[in-house]
Design a protein. Sequence first.
Length: 438
Amino acid sequence: MTETQGRLGILVGGGPAPGINSTISAATIEAVNSGLEVVGIYDGYQYLMEGRVDRVRPLTIPDVSLIHFQGGSILRTSRSNPTRSAEELQRTLHALRELGIAYLITIGGDDTAFAAYEVAKAANNSFRVAHVPKTIDNDLPLPGGMSTFGFETARHLGTELVLNLMEDSRTTNRWIIVVVMGRRAGHLALGIGKAAGATFTIIPEEFPMERISLRDVCGIIEGGILKRRVMGREYGLAIVAEGIGEKLDTEELAGITGSEMGYDAYGNLRLGDIPLATIIKRDVQQRFALRGEKLSVAEVTLGYELRCASPIPFDIDYTRTLGYGAIHFLLSEPAEERLRYGGLVCLDDGRLHVLSFDEIQDPVTGRIRARLVDIGSEHYNVAREYMIRLESRDLQDPQMLGKLAAAANMTPEEFESRFAHVTSLSSGKAPTLMRTAR
């Protein structure tokens, strides 16, 4: 029996994303072919933090050769944070050493990358770490605008679902409000809304202020509904990025939900526990009820349906390259001091590249920098151009203002007074043309 060249550990952290199994498969195959023994670690850092070494499984080529097209994670995942205390970090290191780990691959988003960096520094070069960027939020700062793996599959499936909802909206002559998962960034919401041709999409990046009120968000939706009405349609679909919840005041949310806001192991607000779609729906309906109207609105939240989908070919192709690249990085000699603690494996202009953890770290917070939607980009401006949304220019056009006021059963002066603030909130680009109603 050939002696192995060392033991590789693979673990997954954070939320699921399409392509995890493909990454595990590619990394395992290349590792075994390179003479390594491979161990899969269940549930991220959860059991390592307890010092346990029994929640692992050996991985061989037959184990992984046909999992690349499957959704989910054969190693499962968790949001456990090994950096939460010095004791848990030391237990994690002790467990990894007891397992004989010489190389470690972590698969995850910004929090898992942060933990990987802290673990690598604490290990003091006793093993090397390669992080593979995974998240449907697409919020890791990868070069060249490259997406994080899982995003394209989530956008693809999300677009199909929203297209079905748009047909339901037209058929039943009602509005549908769709909240799309994404903790801080609006990439997924905007990507789905732009591809599906949703009536309009609201993302947190378009608001330069640190905090916005629920009243402001619902005012934007109310204005969009009234503008759509002027254009001859009583139905439509509005997408709201879940990250809007991070910009709302937690006391306001607690007052609405009747409970205190919860936080995860990394200190992030648990947005999944906030019924944002229901809250928005009720507020918008109440606005129309105060004018004597009964507005038919349905609400949907998209996110969990997307995370364990089977990856589309793009993400399979992408993750096979990343898994292969992670092994070659781990087995190579660190040519640069910046990579002494390992790094994040990515593609830059089609070629494998490794970013040091320092390069993606926020020097102020110490956390991994979030990549947000650039609202000055053509990508965003084109999306905004095709939205039917109330803009400042609508209030400056006397004819349009008159139509909008009539649709809201107000005088033009009342309408302008009510919505002037709403149209000034967003820093996005206003459409230059009034689009044909869809």
